[in-house]
Design a protein around this ligand. Sequence first.
Ligand code: GUN
Length: 304
Amino acid sequence: MPDARIIDGRRIAAEIREEVRAEASRFFDTEGIRPRVVFVLVGKNPASEVYVRNKGIAAEEAGFSHETHTLPEQVEEDELLDLIRAINADPATHGLLVQFPLPKQVREERVIELLAPEKDVDGFHPLNAGRLSIGQGDYFAPCTPLGVMELLSREGVETSGRHAVVVGRSNLVGKPVALLLAQKKRGANAVVTLAHSGAGARLGEITREADILIAAMGVPKAITAGMVKEGAVVIDVGINRIEDSSRASGSRLVGDVEFETVKHKASAITPVPGGVGPMTIAMLLRNTLLAAKRQRAGAIPSTR
Ligand code: GUN
């Protein structure tokens, strides 16, 4: 069997970003509204600083209005909550993203529950998570899981009736991607297994059943060739920084999949970096445009 096709997340993300830019420009021409997204960054986490900077660049390139609030590491929880209240109340802002992780004195669930659901372009608020689970009403799904679905769709990977095994049960990726894959609609309708560390030594037995394998457990190179069925489509959501003395930086990024061995077994595979990663920002832009359109249409869910 030939080596796997490498799924080019950078190319697909660039296509989507261009589509969003064009659609946002049409929206501005017809409605006079420029989508606006506000980012909140707390502290000095280097990875978060890079992510938020890249999100700002992407918003700029899409023609959105955007702003980043940077708060000190020692910020009081109440100060952050007050900032969120102010952004929630600003009718000119359509999307709000608080970058995680947050410092320990701030309770993440307080932040998530305070977000106005109609501006929660991360899809973290319980109303959005609940509606995704129920499959009804307007909601935002989280960006990385949406990016996985979009990669599968644009690569022409059939999901209907196929067995998708998701490894990892986080609220950020594992749970929502399992729900999206199982939805009864085009581009989904998969038979889904949600596997996780609780599988212990049986994990390989379960992953070998997968036609589509989604690795999202956050363990570097945990999925090895022996755990993958011949011809499977492998989507690697992991972003792990490991030591590498051969690099000037002393480290490099690897996924949750052992790419070098699994590529001989899979029919298609996403690399790290350059696979799922770039899709997250593309889907954030799409969610923000959707938020602006929904708010224009007055479709605000009443929760409070
Ligand atoms: N931290 C890591 N991934 C994400 C994400 O998708 N959104 C936010 N807000 N924080 C993150």
